[in-house]
Write a new protein. Structure first.
Length: 85
C-alpha cells in the first residue's frame, strides 16, 4: 500500500474548531503500516550492525581491534538480555 492510497482512505476526527485531532484507518491498513515499520527498523538495525562489524574489521586489520573470549561475549549478551543463561 502506498502513502497516497493511505491518504485516500484515512478519515480525520476534528475538534469543535474544525482542526484535525486524530486519524482513523482501517485495522488492516494499520497492521500493514506496523509491519512495514518493523521491517524498516530491522533493516536499519542490520545496516547499523554491519557498519559496526566493518569498523571492527578495519580496526582489527590495523592491529587496533579489541577481542574478547566467547565466555566474555556470552556474559555480555546475558547482561544485555539478548541471551538467556
Amino acid at each position: 500500500m502506498t502513502i497516497t492510497e493511505i491518504y485516500e482512505i484515512a478519515r480525520y476526527v476534528t475538534n469543535a474548531e474544525g482542526e484535525r485531532t486524530d486519524v482513523l484507518l482501517p485495522l488492516q491498513t494499520w497492521k500493514s503500516l506496523l509491519g512495514s515499520w518493523r521491517q524498516m527498523i530491522a533493516l536499519l538495525e542490520d545496516r547499523e550492525d554491519m557498519a559496526v562489524f566493518r569498523e571492527w574489521l578495519e580496526e582489527r586489520a590495523a592491529g587496533e581491534g579489541e577481542s574478547i573470549s566467547l565466555d566474555e561475549l556470552e556474559a555480555e549478551l546475558i547482561a544485555d538480555g539478548l541471551l538467556q543463561s
